[in-house]
Design a protein around this ligand. Structure first.
Ligand SMILES: *[C@@H]1O[C@H](CO)[C@@H](O)[C@H](O)[C@H]1NC(C)=O
Ligand SMILES: *[C@@H]1O[C@H](CO)[C@@H](O)[C@H](O)[C@H]1NC(C)=O
Length: 236
């Protein structure tokens, strides 16, 4: 009992602790407030659609008629309730194999910060992996295989801590595999095959304890397979 009472006295008499107990719920509240509205999210998708050089029939449902302000019913778009704010938000984009031609970087990821899954494989997307993608803290699936995406893999991708599946095979990626890839500790699938990646295989791969599938074939990697890969006991 004694320590509890002492703690309470400290709490009641410390302006700093009182300040913290007031500001923590406030921070949670502000975070919920910062969630983009469905309308802003719809606007970001429509703005991106405008930049595309191809106009697949499936995207005609975007922004048309009665559904113009309800992106949750658009082709390839899925919504869910956001945990902190309880508002409906876009969580998934699935536009596989629509021959989309354009830049992924033209999509406003600030407005789409609530995404948990991006499935845009088998298209003709060009440009780099958008730097803004690293702000998608809930992203679990990033599937961009079979496009024409260029440039390096940014070390900043390490901030996608919830990522389980990273599929970037059959693109035009170059540069080295950043050692920060070892920070993506929830990765189950990592496919980087058929690109122009060079340099050594980072030993930090050994930290990806949940990894089941790993594919690096057809690149310009050099050196040996790091010993640490032997720590990946789930790898098949
Ligand atoms: C991207 O979306 C955010 C949030 O909705 C908005 O504040 C910002 O202006 C948008 N950026 C562009 C370039 O449209
Ligand atoms: C792999 O296991 C060895 C032996 O237990 C350990 O020394 C090494 O630090 C581990 N590597 C990684 C990347 O976890």
């Amino acid at each position: 009992q004694a320590p509890t009472t002492a703690m309470r006295l400290v709490m009641e008499n410390s302006p700093l602790l009182r300040f913290i107990s007031l500001t923590v719920p406030l921070a949670t509240f502000l975070q919920a407030m910062a969630v983009p509205s469905l309308q802003e999210q719809a606007g970001a998708l429509l703005a991106w659609k405008d930049t595309l050089e191809s106009h697949p029939a499936q995207l005609q449902s975007w922004g048309m008629g009665n559904n113009s302000k309800r992106p949750c019913s658009w082709y390839g778009i899925e919504c869910s309730k956001h945990q902190a704010s309880h508002q409906e938000v876009i969580t998934k984009i699935s536009l596989r194999g629509l021959r989309l031609r354009g830049e992924l970087d033209a999509l406003n990821f600030t407005a789409l910060a609530t995404l948990t899954s991006i499935q845009l494989s088998h298209n003709r997307l060009t440009g780099r992996i958008p730097p803004g993608i690293v702000s998608l803290r809930d992203l679990r699936f990033l599937l961009l295989q079979r496009n024409q995406i260029r440039g390096p893999l940014s070390p900043a991708l390490a901030s996608l801590k919830k990522l389980r599946c990273l599929m970037l095979q059959q693109n035009e990626l170059s540069g080295e595999i950043p050692r920060q890839i070892g920070e993506l500790e929830n990765l189950v699938t990592l496919k980087l095959s058929i690109n122009n990646l060079s340099g050594p295989i980072p030993s930090e791969l050994g930290y990806l304890k949940k990894l089941v599938r790993l594919d690096f074939v057809h690149n310009n990697l050099i050196g040996s397979i790091p010993r640490d890969v032997g720590n990946l006991t789930k790898l098949t």
